[in-house]
Write a protein that binds this ligand. Structure first.
Ligand code: SF4
Length: 367
């Protein structure tokens, strides 16, 4: 076994559940009208579910080919949560306060019949259900996803420059096919469409203004994301980060912007609209302006591990409970204890030293 596989396996090892003394009402919101809260009084609101650890891209900041090469062993199918298991857990999370569910991966549209899972999750009721994709299969899948109950979607696209985009996805995938996927999503009525662009200095930062200009007036919202030290394999350095303030300044210099109030407390993206009324952009500043204080996100991995931070080094094994004989109340109790014990604030304490920790890979945990 290569070191690259060991690294991922070690990182995914489970830690014991928090003690019973952190137990609370098994069904927080339904019993008490409020979501369970962590040690910093942050409610549990957002659930990100990774439905596959596989991706057909090898983006250098997420699944670098040197690590995720042809000899990399992805999870065997039997280890993945089934759609029924995911839906059961999602329902319990919703009972604990979750109001937004995002399907991620890997590339979620690679999971066979993922639209069936969308349909099952859409049946949970009053939940904002969305999905983040690299767009490569979106032209084929957009209508089926809409029919299954998906309302909106986020597409990752790091550059409109063919050479830069192909180099960043490291799979020789063309820009045009992602744009076709975006158009298909729009035609299917998925709205709003958000475009996520990870900005890395010296790689695609020269495309920031062009990207903004391309989507200005289209109704699609580009969100520029600071390059982060996710996982343990993307070679992150602070020098590679383009601060969001610089992104805003560059766009503002050519297409004037004004700030917009957040749509809701804890919104990750800082919003700016064009002064001429032709739409808006967002910036996500995990590095230069940490938003841990309002972070309400929990992550469920493809194989049923729960992580309370994108930069976690260990998680909690819910699959063992699901595949054991635990009832819904026991699982709800475990989720409540995990959240009550949570103290994560990685982006507030990030240093060059913490960046080197063996964190869970983003392709496993979900972005
Ligand atoms: S670093 Fe962790 S706690 Fe902070 S905002 Fe990101 S996911 Fe949330």
């Amino acid at each position: 076994m290569t070191d690259r596989v060991i690294r991922l396996t070690d990182a995914g090892r489970a830690q014991p559940l928090p003690p019973e003394r952190l137990d609370g009402p098994a069904r927080g919101p339904s019993a008490h009208g409020t979501a369970v809260r962590d040690t910093r009084a942050r409610p549990l609101r957002d659930l990100r579910i990774s439905v596959t650890d596989r991706c057909n891209f090898r983006c250098t900041y997420c699944m670098p080919r040197e690590v995720f090469g042809s000899d990399h062993r992805f999870l065997p199918h039997a280890q993945l949560l089934t759609f029924e298991e995911i839906t059961r857990l999602a329902r319990i999370f919703v009972d604990q306060g979750v109001r937004k569910i995002r399907l991620t991966g890997g590339e979620p549209l690679l999971r066979r019949n993922v639209e069936r899972l969308v349909e099952m999750l859409a049946g949970l009721g009053d939940v904002d259900l969305t999905l983040t994709t690299n767009g490569s299969l979106l032209a084929k899948k957009a209508a089926a996803l809409r029919d299954a109950g998906l309302k909106r979607i986020t597409v990752s696209l790091d550059s409109l420059d063919e050479r830069v985009f192909r180099a960043m996805n490291d799979a020789d995938f063309p820009v045009a096919r992602v744009l076709e996927g975006i158009a298909a999503a729009e035609a299917a009525g998925l709205a709003p469409i958000k475009i996520n662009t990870v900005v890395k200095r010296g790689v695609n930062d020269q495309d920031i203004v062009g990207m903004a200009r391309h989507f200005k007036g289209s109704g699609r919202i580009v969100r520029f994301i600071e390059f982060m030290d996710v996982g343990a394999t993307n070679g992150w350095r602070m020098d590679d980060v383009v601060p969001s303030a610089e992104v805003v300044a560059r766009i503002d210099a050519e297409m004037p912007l004004v700030p917009v109030d957040p749509a809701y407390p804890g919104e990750v993206a800082e919003r700016w609209r064009y002064r001429d009324g032709s739409g808006e952009i967002g910036v996500i500043s995990s590095v230069t302006q940490a938003f841990c204080r309002d972070c309400t996100r929990v992550r469920l991995s493809t194989e049923g591990m729960v992580y309370t931070c994108l930069f976690a080094t260990t998680g909690f094994d819910l699959r063992a409970l699901v595949r054991g004989d635990a009832g819904d109340d026991a699982i709800a109790s475990a989720i409540g204890r995990i959240w009550r014990a949570r103290a994560d604030r990685y982006s507030e304490i990030r240093t060059a030293e913490t960046a080197g920790r063996r964190k869970i890979e983003m392709s496993y945990i979900g972005g």
